[in-house]
Design a protein around this ligand. Structure first.
Ligand SMILES: Cc1ncc(COP(=O)(O)O)c(C=O)c1O
Length: 441
């Protein structure tokens, strides 16, 4: 167990207070840590400081949203200036046009954009758009795929061997107690990276299935990647069968100047976005070709899909997002790619030197050292690796990394533009030390 976690009296005391006012002390399940979370007090660049005053390099970057790390000067200044002039209002402001222009210039599928307050909300309205466009209510998603927090897309996020059913035609499994069966009946669950099984499911349900959603980059925090041939099959089949294909790029947009779709050369009909486009403030967006976005249009009277929201396109998120995205030039992506590659090369060398069973994977600023020597191609293979002790190893490794001054989650290293080669060198030394200690346990 991590010594810092065991001796973090200020965080422990905060957690005692939290337990009195929040269920089990948390308001975000992804933040759960044993025996209690460590609480943050401040951050600067790639370093985050906890309540005890310990600094660590932040490789979580608020689940990838903080692509510039913490408190990027230009973003802080833009937020401060905006806060002094207009925080939110019913009147639209130029700030939303600027961010929409930037996104439509960069992301291949996005001729038009609408903003939301979170990635979850973006997915919700993208699915409504898919339904309204096709007139077909059912959606398809990957087994194990995450698309935010609402019952439709939470379906089969984390099913287990007792309820997941046939591998080539998975069951629709609820994530929360009380989910109505009628919701589950609206979701077709596809096996990731099994082209033939997924193709035949799509064809079988074509009459009622209007929308297919996939994160084109990863499933379960980067542990499983959709293969390009699988994405190509989805593109071909959805087009042929009259379905709307959504790439959920809430997480993966940070992979390149034009998102994962630009990198892979596959253009979806609609794209959901969030995280990096908000410069650290809450945001979401759905974009797509005019043809699909026309469901929001009021030119023929009432829109097919109504969409509003009290804080939608609030100028604070818009200016923070615009400033952060403007700093993400092609050169900024090149530099992120370079230090990321150097991290991956270093991690590979360490596992070879130490003879550790594992492999390194990554793309652009998203990297992971996976302490499991077998490749994992889908959710079920991941579960079998977890049952093989993968999660336990990961827990120990993550705690040892904390002691080395590295804040990580699930083996991932999510980089920010605030990081330099010397931060990578510090990281590699920490990983080496952690793995040496782990081997000795
Ligand atoms: C692929 C994907 N979609 C949707 C979401 C939900 O976004 P938010 O947390 O902003 O609601 C996430 C969040 O991690 C995500 O990774």
């Amino acid at each position: 167990m991590n010594a810092n976690l065991l001796f973090a009296p200020k965080s422990a005391a905060l957690f005692e207070r939290a337990k009195k006012v929040m269920p089990s002390g948390y308001t975000r399940h992804m933040a759960v840590a044993k025996p209690h979370p460590i609480y943050a007090t401040e951050a600067d660049g790639c370093w985050i400081t906890d309540a005890e005053g310990i600094k660590r390099i932040d490789y979580v970057n608020n689940f990838s949203a903080l692509i510039h790390g913490h408190n990027k000067k230009e973003i802080v200044e833009a937020i401060a200036k905006q806060a002094g002039s207009l925080i939110s209002s019913i009147l639209p402001s130029e700030s939303e046009i600027k961010l929409a222009e930037l996104i439509t210039e960069r992301i291949p599928s996005c001729e038009e954009v609408r903003f939301t307050n979170s990635g979850t909300e973006a997915v919700m309205i993208a699915i409504k758009a898919g339904r309204a466009f096709t007139g077909k209510s059912k959606i398809a998603k990957m087994e194990g795929g995450y698309h935010g927090q609402f019952d439709l897309t939470e379906t089969s996020f984390q099913p287990n061997p007792g309820n997941w059913g046939d591998e080539s035609a998975p069951n629709s499994v609820a994530s929360s107690f009380g989910t109505p069966q009628s919701v589950l009946d609206e979701v077709l669950v596809l096996p990731l990276n099994n082209i033939e099984a997924a193709r035949s499911l799509l064809r079988k349900h074509a009459d009622e299935l209007g929308t297919v959603i996939i994160d084109p980059l990863r499933l379960q925090v980067g542990l499983v990647e959709p293969e390009t041939t699988y994405l190509e099959m989805l593109r071909e089949e959805t087009e042929a069968l009259g379905m709307v294909l959504i790439f959920d790029e809430v997480f993966s947009l940070r992979c390149s100047y034009s998102g994962t779709q630009g990198l892979r050369g596959i253009t979806p009909d609609l794209t959901t976005m969030g995280k990096i486009i908000g410069g650290g403030l809450p945001i979401g967006a759905v974009g797509g070709k005019k043809k699909f976005m026309s469901v929001f249009s009021i030119s023929d009277g009432d829109p097919k899909v109504k969409h509003s929201g009290t804080f939608t396109a609030n100028p604070m998120s818009m200016v923070a997002g615009y400033t952060g995205m403007s700093l993400l030039t092609p050169a900024a992506f090149d530099s992120l790619d370079r230090i990321s590659l150097s991290l991956r090369e270093g991690l590979n060398k360490i596992i070879v030197d130490l003879g550790v069973a594992g492999h390194v994977q990554g793309i652009s600023s998203l990297n992971a050292l996976i302490l499991c020597d077998k490749p994992i191609r889908n959710y079920r293979e991941l579960v079998s690796a977890v049952m093989d002790g993968f999660l336990d190893r990961l827990g120990v490794y993550q705690a040892l990394l904390m002691d080395e001054g590295l804040l990580t989650m699930r083996g991932g290293f999510i980089l920010s533009t605030a990081m330099t080669q010397s931060d990578i060198d510090f990281t590699l030394e920490g990983v080496r030390n952690a793995l040496i200690k782990m081997k000795a346990m």
